[in-house]
Write a protein that binds this ligand. Structure first.
Ligand SMILES: Nc1nc2c(ncn2[C@@H]2O[C@H](COP(=O)(O)OP(=O)(O)O)[C@@H](O)[C@H]2O)c(=O)[nH]1
Ligand SMILES: [Mg+2]
Length: 707
């Protein structure tokens, strides 16, 4: 039986790696009776970390869909990996969740992974609840974790609970919303309810009032009642909290111990009572900029937020129902490519376990199999529906590496396997670079690329080696030069003859015409690798027939593709062909093309030839303590620091760094910061390389050529 929209809750578990998300999900499943034995991450038997590689590594690497029944509602749970390398899994889960549970580790406080996630929570405007986990840990410090959360995330972070006794003796939680104390026995589970001890009453009452005031604040009607009566009824308070939560006006804080199974029941109770259903959250966005509300009575529409391919099964598509009720057997149309898709079965999932269900209503999350031509970010519509849901924007890649199989014969198989993974993982970008003669993969971090290697080798049986990726340098010129070249060949029968005179100059928009030349004809081409080639035909008096102009341009283009210095692409050059010679019998296209290649190559070398290198804007977020080492390391990378911002406990460093110096940066940063720093990068511009590096690149290229 499908669950109605009002009774659905979609929560995503977010937090720094190791905070206890997967363990918390396991306690939710266990407490709700969805599973009869509680697994542990260490034991490799949790519902969420079900893949072999997750069990081997003892970490979540993929997002996992689970669900429980708790009182009146169905809670869909999306567990996510904490490593920044797998941020793609987080972003797609956030897209389809209506509330985030941000798990903090009471022994570590607010960690940098959580900071990064917070930015996404804000971007998606997802209602959020903090869960301070591991209060049973001997180093647990609930108060300072809470203080850090308030400092980092603002005064809307309001505690709803606190542990009476934290550390190894932890067994009691004071709940200041319900004004009751929960006391657990050694096995955890359902706690006994006790009155709040008199010594705690003042503190608890004060905290309670803060919550009630926050509940009243966002609704005029409630505010009036609050002023009239000095308080709110439980129902009014719940209503006020739901509105505040849905609009990011309050971020409640709970506490728990996942490994001892203490506290998840109360949090699920809160999810049931207060957390907004899809019907209560602000309308969702469509690709065309409009917004809509969930309506289970309308025609069906589903949005695919994740796809994986499973051995023996094939394509597995995870979706959210954005409109109507989707039933097993429904025929839907892919709004992007028009493919007719039959949703022959609809499933609910708990990790790898899938249960077939007849239908799912608007707001619910589910799974279907064997779609023909539908992928992540596609919307499938039923008859009468034409909407397209706004897509998930996956983050830009941050690192790159070249890959190759040990033998050339396996290349095709390797590429095929990579593309298979690319289909599941939109944060992986594959580039087969003809100019660099390398296959380069771009990903989120070393861990991400290591995982791809592992999958390719284990699943597809192809060995994949990492190699240092080449840098896509560019070549250009800095001053003008004139050159002529004669191509002449006399061998037996027909000869070859062509002579070309050209001037080459650095090209920039709006530059004046070539001095002293008459332009007959001009073409300005945008080059597919960026920059331009301007080709001017300035022949007067018919010394070279205009019919050879395209052969001459072709010769230039050949050298633009493979530049004279290092074989890199050239850009931003103007070539004016102003003279030459032809022969009545021996001239032909080939001869003029070769003459043009020669003239261009020689002119280039006299025109202040310059190699350009790609520069990236890099932004690093790190704690104060790691700042010195990170700055020191950046100095060894020819980085230019363009800004430094202090942001609470964290520093943000902005720098311009040459791509050539970014090799394996993600691993270096991880090791110098003990995993507490993160970075993003984005292509910025091409700039000239320093003279010593230019010399080095040219001689390296020569050596390669001679080999
Ligand atoms: N002491 C203690 N350990 C916990 C608790 N929750 C999780 N852990 C441990 O912390 C480690 C990381 O937990 P995991 O659930 O994988 O964290 P995740 O990376 O956020 O999914 C595991 O070894 C867990 O057993 C807790 O409440 N108390
Ligand atoms: Mg996990």
């Amino acid at each position: 039986m499908s669950v109605e929209t009002k009774k659905i809750r979609n929560v995503v578990l977010l937090g720094h790696s190791g905070s206890g998300k997967t363990s918390f999900a396991e306690t939710m499943l266990f407490e709700s009776g969805a599973i009869s034995r509680m697994g542990t991450v260490g034991g490799g038997n949790t519902i969420s970390d079900y893949s072999a590689i997750e069990q081997e590594r003892g970490n979540s690497l993929f997002s996992t869909l689970m669900h429980v029944k708790w009182r009146d509602c169905k809670i869909n749970i999306l567990d996510t990996p904490g490593f920044d390398d797998f941020i793609g899994e987080v972003v797609s889960s956030l897209k389809v969740s209506d509330t985030a549970l941000i798990i903090l580790n009471a022994a570590h406080g607010v960690e940098v992974g959580t900071e990064i996630l917070w930015e996404y929570v804000n971007e998606y405007k997802t209602p959020a609840i903090f869960v301070i986990n591991q209060v049973d840990h001997e180093k647990s410090d609930y108060e300072s974790t809470l203080d850090q959360a308030i400092e980092r995330f603002g005064p809307k972070v309001i505690p709803f609970q606190y542990p009476l006794n934290q550390g190894t003796s932890f067994n009691s939680i004071v709940d200041v919303l319900h004004m009751v104390m929960y006391v657990f026995d050694a096995k955890g589970g359902k706690p006994a309810k006790h009155p709040i001890p008199p010594g705690e009453m003042d503190k608890a009452m004060k905290m309670h009032n803060v919550i009630v005031e926050a509940a009243a604040e966002n609704e005029e009607g409630l505010m009036e009642k609050f002023f009239d009566k000095g308080s709110l009824s439980e129902e009014e308070c719940t209503e006020g909290l739901r509105i505040a939560l849905a609009n990011q006006q309050i971020f409640p804080v709970f506490c728990c111990s996942s490994s001892r199974n203490m506290g998840s029941g109360r949090i699920m109770g809160f999810i049931n009572d207060v957390v907004p259903s899809p019907a209560d959250v602000p309308p969702f966005s469509l690709l065309n900029g409009k917004t809509m509300k969930y309506d289970s009575k309308a025609a069906p529409s589903i949005f695919i937020y994740k796809t994986i391919s499973e051995p023996q099964v094939g394509l597995v598509s995870y979706f959210k129902v954005y409109s109507g009720t989707v039933k097993a057997g429904d025929d839907l149309i892919n709004a992007k490519n028009g493919t007719h898709e039959r949703v022959s079965q609809v499933f609910e999932a708990n990790g790898k376990i899938r249960n077939s269900i007849d239908s799912l209503q608007a707001g619910d999350l589910g799974v279907t199999l064997k779609l023909k031509n539908s992928h992540t970010n596609n919307t499938l519509n039923g008859r009468g529906q034409t909407m397209e849901i706004d897509i998930i924007h996956f983050p830009e890649p941050r690192i790159r590496t070249a890959v190759s199989p040990p033998s050339k014969a396996d290349m095709e198989k390797l590429i095929k396997s990579l593309h298979q993974i690319e289909e599941e993982d939109p944060t992986l970008v594959i580039e087969q670079s003809a100019s660099l003669k390398q296959t380069i993969i771009h990903g989120q971090g070393q861990l991400h690329l290591d995982l791809i290697k592992y999958r390719i080798e284990k699943v597809n049986g192809v060995v994949m080696n990492f190699e240092r990726p080449k840098i896509p340098y560019r070549e250009t010129i800095t001053r003008s030069a004139n050159e002529s070249y004669r191509h002449k060949k006399q061998s037996g029968g027909a000869g070859q003859f062509g002579e070309v005179h050209m001037r080459i100059e650095p090209f920039h928009e709006g530059m004046p015409g070539p001095e002293g030349l008459t332009v007959r004809h001009m073409e300005v081409d945008e080059l597919e690798w960026g920059g331009k080639l301007a080709f001017y035909w300035c022949i007067v008096g018919g010394t070279v027939d205009a019919k050879y102009s395209s052969a001459i341009k072709k010769g230039i283009m050949q050298k633009m593709v493979e530049g004279p210095l290092t074989g890199s692409h050239c850009q931003d050059i103007r070539v004016s062909v102003y003279d030459g010679k032809m022969h009545a019998v021996d001239s032909n296209d080939m001869a003029f093309m070769l003459a043009s290649v020669g003239a261009f190559r020689n002119a280039f070398k006299n025109a202040g030839a310059q190699i350009l290198e790609p520069i990236y804007d890099v932004e690093i977020t790190c704690p104060d303590s790691a700042m010195g080492d990170i700055m020191g390391d950046l100095q060894t990378r020819r980085a230019i620091i363009v800004g430094m911002d202090s942001d609470g406990h964290y520093q943000k460093i902005k720098a311009k760094v040459p791509l050539a110096e970014m090799y394996q940066y993600s691993s270096t940063l991880r090791s110098i910061s003990q995993g507490r720093a993160k970075f993003t990068r984005k292509f910025a511009e091409y700039v000239p390389v320093p003279p010593d590096i230019q010399q080095k690149l040219i001689s390296e290229h020569k050596e390669e050529e001679e080999d």
